[in-house]
Design a protein around this ligand. Structure first.
Ligand code: PMV
Length: 325
């Protein structure tokens, strides 16, 4: 009744932005990500008949409030799936991800939790089923089941049965690197949940975003298969800017960008002007992730570290999918 699983975060190159079903977490559009080896969560779940509620420790600290409720609600979903009402668990997680600053700690968190909980119960489920369950904890988490390049298929069914991640290319397909540029450890002000909801409901730019996704996806998948770095980077960078443009059209308008975010974006563009292939992408927070190739690691890292307001640059390679201990 006990299992430990490790899951890595992922960075979306084609963003998931907007839900068609809030409670089942069904997206409006397909998305595509790269799993990152530097950021992960390791979680041990122990089901215990003596417990009368779930207990959650994150980095050895007892968690209460909203964060606890999200985790416990997710375990309730696993209990319903496994048909084991009232069997509660102790959950112990350690996070190698700066929480809630656009580093998608929820992605590795819910992927590790889903994997550890289902393994602790000895449920024999396949990866699509695990991805589908994980999706209901946090949407982007469903992509962290796999390593390398991963697509989340939005599906068409109302019950979400065809909305899960599929593998596009394995971890060792291509040595693409990602520098995570840390600007601020402040908690983000508009959560991704709230941000996408407001955008879907009020932004006149939202329909343009959705219409454009199939083209971006077709082109980026071709670039990934052909290992065409410039092409992949151009599509990812443009897709990120389209997503963030929708937030400016929302009512009330908002943006995740800080002044330093813009400086980092401009610095990446100036690297390109000097012939160094580097491209940025940004999630629902101020921090920037920069895609680059191994031979440019030193110059990319140094250039980013020299930007005033940048507090850290964490380098990552392509990561693996779920592993169990
Ligand atoms: O799954 P969530 O609620 O953390 O939303 C993720 C949204 C983005 O990070 C902005 C895009 C993505 O596809 O990961």
């Amino acid at each position: 009744m006990k299992a430990t699983a490790k899951a890595h975060t992922n960075i979306a190159l084609i963003k998931y932005w907007g839900k068609r079903d809030e409670s089942l977490i069904l997206p409006m559009n397909n998305s595509l990500s790269l799993t990152l080896d530097a950021f992960y969560t390791e979680t041990t779940v122990t089901f215990n008949h003596d417990l009368d509620e779930d207990i959650f420790y994150l980095d050895n600290e007892l968690i209460v409030g909203d964060q606890y409720t999200k985790v416990s609600n997710f375990l309730e979903l696993i209990r319903n799936f496994a048909d084991i009402p009232n069997l509660f668990a102790e959950i112990r997680s350690t996070n190698a991800v700066p929480t809630a600053a656009g580093f998608a700690s929820s992605a590795s968190g819910f992927a590790a939790l889903a994997a550890a909980a289902t393994r602790a119960l000895d449920l024999q489920i396949d990866e699509p089923t695990l991805s589908r369950l994980t999706r209901q904890g946090s949407g982007s988490a469903c992509r962290s089941i796999y390593g390398g390049f991963v697509e989340w298929e939005k599906g068409a069914e109302d019950d979400g049965s065809d909305s899960y991640a599929v593998h596009i290319a394995p971890q060792d397909h291509w040595d693409v690197r990602v520098a995570a540029v840390v600007l601020s450890s402040d908690m983000k002000k508009v959560s991704s949940r709230e941000g996408m909801k407001r955008t879907v409901e009020t932004s006149p730019f939202y329909s343009g975003w959705v219409d454009n996704i199939p083209t971006d996806l077709t082109q980026i998948k071709a670039a990934i298969h052909a290992r065409d770095f410039e092409k992949m980077g151009e599509i990812a960078e443009a897709n990120c800017q389209k997503m963030h443009a929708t937030t400016l059209g929302a009512n009330p308008p908002f943006t995740y960008w800080h002044d330093t975010t813009l400086t980092v974006m401009q610095t990446v563009q100036s690297l390109r002007a000097k012939g160094i292939a580097a491209y940025f992408t940004i999630d629902a927070g101020p921090n920037v992730k920069v895609l680059y190739q191994p031979e440019n690691e030193e110059v990319v890292q140094q250039t980013l570290l020299n930007i005033p307001g940048v507090t850290n640059v964490i380098l990552s390679r392509s990561g693996q999918g779920i592993t169990y201990k």
